[in-house]
Design a protein around this ligand. Structure first.
Ligand SMILES: CCCCCCCCCC/C=C\CCCCCC(=O)SCCNC(=O)CCNC(=O)[C@H](O)C(C)(C)COP(=O)(O)OP(=O)(O)OC[C@H]1O[C@@H](n2cnc3c(N)ncnc32)[C@H](O)[C@@H]1OP(=O)(O)O
Ligand SMILES: Cc1cc2nc3c(=O)[nH]c(=O)nc-3n(C[C@H](O)[C@H](O)[C@H](O)COP(=O)(O)OP(=O)(O)OC[C@H]3O[C@@H](n4cnc5c(N)ncnc54)[C@H](O)[C@@H]3O)c2cc1C
Length: 669
């Protein structure tokens, strides 16, 4: 029995040859990633989707205009809701999430923000009575909601949001109002044409006093006619870099009245006579953002692993050039440069995917505590997620772009599927908090950590390495120190020294009389660097711990190669920091590079099996280059021929414009 379970007759022999080389069972690696029974359920769901034409695209989605894309996704949503429960367990987020990926791909679908923000906001911030009233209706899709926070003028600085919710004691209502153009809600996903309810974030005013941003449930469209409600102006904001199947929207409130009980009241409350009770933590109304920041790590990793699947499979069927003259053209994956750009992308994908599970578990644990009023760990969680969403979105974007370029010209074509993946994934650098801003949120926490240490106070587990000042020499190659440990210690040193340096600069500038705010801004770039090094260390440690827990020996060994490649790549990428304070010399850094190049060779025979084990179906991949069967060229030709521009031999526009011009030019001769 071959170890790779995807070997089939009729496949491109070049890709079959790759699968025959597997040294681990791809099914067992799939189980390690997804767990049982999910690994098997995912396959069954994929197979079921293939049998149901109403869930499949009639033609490649990239050939469609926006209006048709939006219509198709609405049509398929209804099909999923009618028949989906025959295919998957709707109560399982994982199963439903997989079905959504199969049917809709990455570019958005009408219920995305309903599920990822609207419902979580209600679940976390509505009191029990409100939850009981709204959640069952929302789950049954009697209405569709979105999360309307960002405005035309402000997205980052939430304290400056201009939408107001003024309490009217007389009628016991809030009046939602958009006072200026810059106060228009702008960006919320599925707001433009789909949603009929929103969670609106607005400044709460009672008796002329502001209490800061709070969340309110507001109906914006009629439940029967879908027409905007009185006082509501709403529409789509237009085409974007990506996510064009998603109707991101704008929204204006003109003195819209809602009942008092439509303010989400689990944490903050307004009584009928207008008495305000604040939450136990001032940022509890930001809970839905925390949820998405925790969830998006796995979503982003998923996109990297899809891009790696495409580029690695394609690199085994594409032959170009010779390594040794006369020996024939090689698969492009034989080139070390190709292995370096693709296997490091693969390693990041696996690291972020597995660490993403840990982040999700941590979030769930802390969210449960918060629900019961214990906010002790909220600052740790906020700092971690601020760093994680920034590192994972940015480094995943770089990895996907490398995958695209590694496919040469065909990578630039939408036939590869990678351009759309990149456009969707890279939005993660912006949404849920612009990366530079979020890195600085985490930097505040790190600087505080150094100050706490100086005052002899206890540090959270995440920061304890800051106290390890005896780690001041790179120990690679020393007897008794294995590669992994030496690399993790190097990453600890990089993070600690970077955070210490920038904190010392901040302190010294303030001692010289500069204000804390100006000192901060003068060091903001270095602060974001400190934040990055800390997060990259956290990811590395968490990935290492995850791999060490694997019981299946062959799978642990396969993922150890990926882990070591990840660690060597991270250390090489940040090696300039190792020279700070004389921690390492250039020979030691060269040793890390050598180890990394050896790992590329070691991973090479299993490359296709790693991505096969991640098990993304062709339906979900939507890529001609990444097809499981490796039959790329015939299908590229079919794809190009099916392009709407080729429906007629002579394009009407050519007849109308260019032909007369050319004929007129000829007649002038
Ligand atoms: C089952 C089905 C599955 C379906 C799957 C479908 C898939 C669909 C795919 C969907 C694709 C994409 C989804 C996209 C969704 C995108 C949605 C959005 O973007 S919503 C809008 C997000 N907006 C933001 O993130 C705004 C960013 N800004 C902020 O978060 C804050 O304003 C700020 C943190 C930058 C500053 O806040 P401010 O109030 O000004 O606070 P201070 O800076 O003064 O900080 C004071 C203090 O508070 C701490 N803090 C800040 N935030 C938090 C928090 N959230 N929790 C805990 N603590 C917080 C901060 O650290 C400070 O602490 P100190 O101790 O004082 O240092
Ligand atoms: C695809 C997509 C989907 C979205 N979906 C939603 C949604 O469903 N609901 C919703 O409410 N919003 C949504 N948003 C909005 C999104 O959350 C905001 O765009 C994001 O938080 C960034 O805010 P901004 O646009 O105001 O950027 P800005 O804050 O204007 O950023 C512009 C530049 O200014 C810099 N900057 C700003 N403040 C600081 C600072 N304090 N220090 C240093 N630099 C700073 C930034 O780093 C950046 O370089 C979505 C956005 C996108 C792209």
């Amino acid at each position: 029995m071959p170890l790779n379970h995807l070997i089939r007759d009729g496949d491109n022999p070049d890709i079959t040859e790759e699968r025959q080389k597997a040294t681990f069972s791809t099914e067992e690696l799939a189980i390690e990633i997804y767990g049982e029974p999910l690994a098997q359920r995912r396959r069954e769901i994929s197979a079921e989707v293939l049998k149901r034409p109403e869930l499949l695209d009639d033609c490649p989605h990239v050939f469609l205009d926006r209006t048709t894309k939006v219509e198709n996704s609405m049509k398929k949503t209804v099909a999923v809701m009618e028949k989906g429960s025959e295919i998957c367990d709707f109560t399982s987020r994982e199963e439903l999430g997989h079905l959504v990926c199969e049917v809709f791909g990455d570019d958005g679908f009408p219920l995305s923000i309903h599920f990822v923000m609207f419902l979580p906001a209600i679940q976390g911030q509505a009191d029990d009575e409100q939850a009981e009233q709204w959640i069952p209706r929302a789950m049954r899709l009697e209405f569709i909601g979105t999360y309307a926070q960002t405005e035309l003028g402000h997205g980052t600085n939430l304290r400056a949001l201009e939408t107001t919710a003024t309490y009217d004691k007389r009628t016991q209502e809030f009046i939602l109002h958009t006072p200026t153009v810059s106060a228009y809600k702008w960006w919320p996903g599925n707001l433009g044409k789909t949603a009929n309810y929103v969670i609106a974030n607005a400044q709460l005013y009672i008796d002329g006093k502001s209490h800061g941003p709070h969340n309110f449930l507001v109906q914006i469209r009629d439940e029967n006619t879908h027409q905007p409600m009185p006082g509501i102006t709403v529409g789509d904001i237009g085409p974007k870099f990506g996510l064009n199947t998603n109707d991101n929207g704008f929204l204006r409130f003109d003195h819209v009245r809602i009942p008092r009980r439509n303010m989400l009241m689990r944490h903050s409350k307004v009584s009928a006579d207008g008495v305000y009770s604040p939450p136990v933590h001032p940022k509890l109304s930001y809970g839905a953002m925390i949820f998405v920041r925790a969830t998006m790590i796995r979503m982003l990793a998923h996109v990297v692993l899809k891009a790696a699947t495409i580029a690695i499979r394609y690199s085994c069927v594409r032959r170009q050039g010779e390594i040794k003259t006369g020996n024939g053209e090689v698969k492009i994956l034989e080139y070390q440069t190709q292995q370096h750009r693709l296997f490091t992308a693969l390693a990041r994908g696996f690291a972020y995917r597995l660490v993403g599970d840990e982040v999700k578990n941590l979030y769930e644990k802390i969210a449960e505590e918060v629900k019961h009023g214990n906010v002790e760990q909220l600052a740790d969680l906020h700092a971690l997620l601020s760093g994680m969403k920034s590192i994972v979105s940015y480094d995943s974007g770089k990895a996907i772009e490398q995958c695209r370029m590694a496919c040469g010209g065909h990578g630039y074509s939408h036939a590869s599927g990678i351009p759309e993946m990149y456009a969707v994934e890279i939005a993660g650098c912006t949404y849920e908090g612009e990366n530079m801003v979020m890195l600085q949120q985490q930097a505040r926490y790190l600087v505080k950590g150094i100050h706490r240490l100086a005052h002899g106070e206890e540090l959270s587990t995440m920061l304890q390495y800051l106290a390890n000042t005896s780690n001041n020499k790179f120990r690679i190659g020393e007897s008794g120190v294995d590669l992994e440990n030496a690399l993790i210690l190097a990453l600890e040193y990089i993070a600690r020294s970077t955070i210490e340096r920038v904190t010392a600069r901040l302190d010294s500038l303030q001692n010289k009389g500069l204000s804390a705010e100006n000192a901060w801004n003068e060091n903001a770039v270095e602060l974001t660097r400190a934040s990055r090094t800390h997060t990259r260390l956290w990811i590395a440690r968490c990935f290492r711990d995850r791999v060490h827990r694997i019981e299946n020996h062959a799978i642990r060994s396969a993922l150890t190669d990926i882990l070591e490649l990840f660690l060597t790549y991270e250390v090489v990428d940040m090696s300039q920091y190792l020279y700070q304070g004389g921690y390492a010399n250039s020979d030691q850094v060269a040793q890390v590079k050598d180890a990394m190049y050896k790992l590329l060779e070691k991973i090479r025979p299993n490359a296709v099996s790693y991505v096969d084990a991640y098990e993304v179906s062709d339906t979900e991949l939507r890529s001609v280059l990444g097809r499981r069967d490796g039959n790329v060229y015939d299908n590229l030709l079919k794809w190009a021929k099916s392009n709407p521009l080729n429906r007629t031999e002579v394009l009407p526009a050519v007849e109308k414009h260019l032909m007369p011009m050319m004929l007129a030019a000829k007649s002038k001769l």
